[in-house]
Ligand binder design. Structure first.
Ligand code: F0G
Length: 473
């Protein structure tokens, strides 16, 4: 194998640099663009695909059948890197000099659940959820963090840092602790869920709550990395995306190499949609799948810069001041918006926005299937309903929701919803009559009773009568 098996390519101006030459803020010095990781086979694939030759005919390319076999074989291995659902696919992201330097918590290997009731609600026949909340720290960030933090450790950094709405910081703190590195997180004060804040403390990070929003935290960190030898682990770091592309591999592997028609992703800083798009595109270019799925991005109405860009005939990106209870995606100036925008355009997806009331309803509907997720993840189901109504997803097409975070990340949101204390009167009033009925049937506030069997029985009977009256006809 090549001594330097990968390079970094600016996604704006196309300039290619050696990995060691990258700036501490991971921005191209010529145009301020973000980088992507490219491999010797990337250029071979590109030229052979454009020239109309089938990918796989060049000896530099990984062989599709051999890869499928190898990835399957590793499932039975006792090696940590083989047990990781990210590093199991390391052949398609050779970013380390020595794969044994990988810092892993056995991330990935997340379930693909069927959601038949949510499918019916959305008006399609077949709906799946890739539950990335089932990762070690409870979010999809682990898949990217294992990759980028391993690079930091291999290069000998002592300190790593990120700005975060909570999940990146939880993941970074955990992986840094595993590697024995020091970590510093910047989070917007009072604007992240407690579960996430508690994680970064538990894993020993220096946790700094800044009196600003996520976008303000990013600005401060951008300055810090220029002045202090600290490795930046936000998703502008292109190695994060190399790990975050692997759920695309898992999805098709879990579907016996069938490709679903649609992947629906929540959009915040907009790296995850880009990472999944890169994953599917590479699988296609290497001949592992016959075509790519569409990737659609859903944003909260109060944090919707990509949606505004998407519906703007001039296609101008204007940052917004973000506000949503889905705090994970409370981001007004997304760093990776160009990457996400290209993936939507290249793969033929769509962008939608959803209201606070729609997010709350979708989260309760996913929870009622016994799956559960955090509010930001629920925008996917809320958005799917809109995509179906618009005819962008048809009944017989197969859709996969990317559930990005675990329900326990933000239990306060769930409790407030079921106690009917979440939405303002104005937000609740936006619900259609059907949505109001759905909310009423889903809300399950806790009931406080005397410890008396007769009282409990009476309550149970009342509850059974109420349940009958809200059953759909
Ligand atoms: N869902 C969850 C649960 C998230 O934590 C995030 C991002 C997203 C979706 C959006 O992904 O930014 O790649 O578009 N959370 C980041 C953080 C920003 O700091 O944890 P994206």
């Amino acid at each position: 194998m090549n001594a330097s098996p990968h390079n970094l390519r600016c996604t704006e101006c196309g300039a290619c640099i050696a990995p060691e030459a990258v700036n501490s803020n991971f921005r191209c010095p010529a145009c301020n663009g973000l980088y992507e990781v490219v491999y010797p086979w990337s250029s071979v694939v590109r030229s052979s695909v454009t020239a109309g030759h089938p990918a796989g005919s060049d000896s530099n390319l990984p062989n599709p059948s051999a890869l499928r076999w190898l990835w399957q074989e590793r499932r039975t291995s006792t090696l940590a890197i083989d047990q990781s659902g990210v590093w199991r696919f390391r052949d398609l992201f050779p970013i380390l000099k020595n794969a044994e330097n990988a810092v892993t918590l056995r991330e990935g290997n997340t379930p693909l659940y069927e959601l038949p009731r949510c499918a019916e609600i959305a008006g399609i026949d077949w709906l799946l959820a890739k539950h990335q909340g089932m990762n070690p720290t409870g979010s999809f960030k682990d898949t990217g963090m294992t990759a980028a933090l391993s690079v930091a450790a291999e290069r000998g950094f002592q300190w790593v840092a990120c700005a975060s709405t909570g999940n990146t910081s939880a993941a970074m703190a955990a992986y840094a602790a595993r590697a024995g590195l020091r970590s510093i997180v910047f989070i917007p004060e009072g604007k992240i869920a407690w579960g996430k804040l508690s994680q970064s403390m538990d894993y020993g990070a220096l946790t700094i709550q800044l009196k600003t929003d996520f976008d303000g935290c990013m600005n401060i960190l951008g300055e810090l990395v220029k002045r202090f030898p600290i490795y930046l682990l936000n998703s502008v770091n292109p190695y994060r995306l190399e790990g975050q592309k692997t759920p695309a591999f898992e999805i098709v592997e879990q579907l016996d190499w069938q490709v679903p028609e649609h992947i629906i992703v929540p959009g915040g800083n907009l790296a995850n949609s880009a990472a999944l798009g890169k994953g599917f595109t590479e699988l296609h270019q290497l001949g592992l799948i016959s075509h790519t799925p569409k990737i659609s991005v859903i944003q909260a109405e109060g944090a919707n810069p990509l949606y505004r860009w998407f519906i703007d005939s001039n296609r101008v990106m204007r940052p917004v001041t973000a506000d949503t209870r889905a705090t994970a995606i409370r981001i007004g100036n997304p760093a990776s918006w160009r990457k996400a925008a290209s993936i939507i355009d290249e793969l033929g997806g769509w962008c939608e926005q959803v209201s606070e009331q729609e997010i709350a309803l979708a989260k309760a509907q996913i929870g009622a299937e016994g799956v559960g997720c955090e509010p930001a993840s629920a925008v996917t189901l809320a958005g799917l309903k809109k995509l179906v109504a618009l005819g962008k997803v048809t009944r017989e097409e197969r859709a996969v929701l990317i559930l990005t975070g675990h329900t326990l990340k933000d239990s306060q949101y769930t409790i407030d919803y079921h106690r009917n204390e979440l939405l303002t009167a104005a937000e609740a009033a936006q619900a259609t009559p059907l949505q109001q009925t759905q909310h009423a049937a889903l809300r399950k506030p806790p009931v406080v009773l005397d410890a008396d069997p007769d009282v409990v029985l009476r309550t149970l009977e009342e509850h059974m009568n109420v349940s009958k009256s809200v059953q759909p006809a």
